[in-house]
Write a protein that binds this ligand. Structure first.
Ligand SMILES: Nc1ncnc2c1ncn2[C@@H]1O[C@H](COP(=O)(O)OP(=O)(O)OP(=O)(O)O)[C@@H](O)[C@H]1O
Ligand SMILES: [Mg+2]
Length: 229
């Protein structure tokens, strides 16, 4: 399977913005692309502003049905393993892998952009299958989304170390939303993460809106050809 798995150092960190931007940019390049998110939670809450729920935005960028992007969808804004328990459902790891493969096409003809849930060590199932285990099962390289400011060096290095400990190839880090006039500390965070980890650090400016074309323009600023090569 060819593609990228987008994780983050936290929840609400910008994974959907980055994954949607990558999906939209690839589609705008004429690349066949599929999007995947193992589970969406928090559907009871109104989406904020003009940004739809994760699976809806990813689906719009990939030209898919939202249900085909995310096989498991829950109302409460809690970790997937708890959301499933509250709903009396069981998240099945084999179902997740099958849904990701379906999004990538029967013969893997679509580049798959997968967005994680929360961070890398979030449990997906009651029996302790983590997001990291899914990344390993799919065999996708990783992109780590992180905030630009104070604390990001530690969170990003922890995520990279947790990924590498499982043999995952970390292709890139994206600091988002990157301010128009970054502080010396924010610039230093980018160069320090790069120096400590050996992973290239990219930045993503705040997108003006969440239309597919605005996301495609944002995604075009990211080095996805390099990450996918
Ligand atoms: N480049 C950006 N442009 C605009 N908004 C951004 C950008 N980066 C982060 N944000 C904002 O940060 C918040 C979180 O973004 P997003 O929904 O992508 O996070 P997430 O990591 O996918 O969250 P979740 O864990 O719920 O899936 C949103 O309000 C989003 O608007
Ligand atoms: Mg998200």
């Amino acid at each position: 399977m060819r593609g990228l798995f987008v994780t983050g150092t936290d929840t609400e960190i910008g994974k959907t913005v980055v994954a949607a931007a990558l999906t939209a940019a690839l589609a705008a390049d004429g690349v066949a692309v599929g999007a995947f998110k193992p589970a969406v939670t928090g559907l009871d809450e109104e989406p904020d502003g003009d940004k739809p729920h994760d699976h809806e935005l990813l689906a719009a960028c990939a030209g898919m049905a939202p249900e085909d992007v995310a096989p498991y969808r829950f109302g409460p804004a809690v970790s997937p393993h708890l959301a499933a328990e509250l709903a009396g459902e069981v998240i099945d790891a084999a179902t997740l892998v099958a849904a990701a493969r379906a999004a990538a096409g029967e013969r893997g003809e679509r580049v798959l952009i997968a967005e994680g849930v929360g961070g890398l060590l979030v449990p997906l199932t009651l029996d302790g299958v983590l997001v990291r285990d899914l990344v390993v099962a799919l065999g996708l390289p990783l992109v780590v989304v992180a905030r630009p400011g104070l604390g990001t060096i530690n969170h990003t290095m922890l995520t990279i170390e947790a990924a590498r400990g499982a043999g995952i190839d970390v292709r890139g880090v994206v600091l988002t939303p990157w301010p128009q006039e970054p502080t010396d500390m924010q610039r230093s965070n980018a160069t320090t993460i790069e120096a400590l980890s050996g992973v290239g650090v990219s930045t993503l400016a705040r997108v003006p809106g969440f239309s597919v074309s605005e996301l495609a323009s944002a995604g075009a600023t990211l080095p996805y050809d390099h990450w996918l090569s």
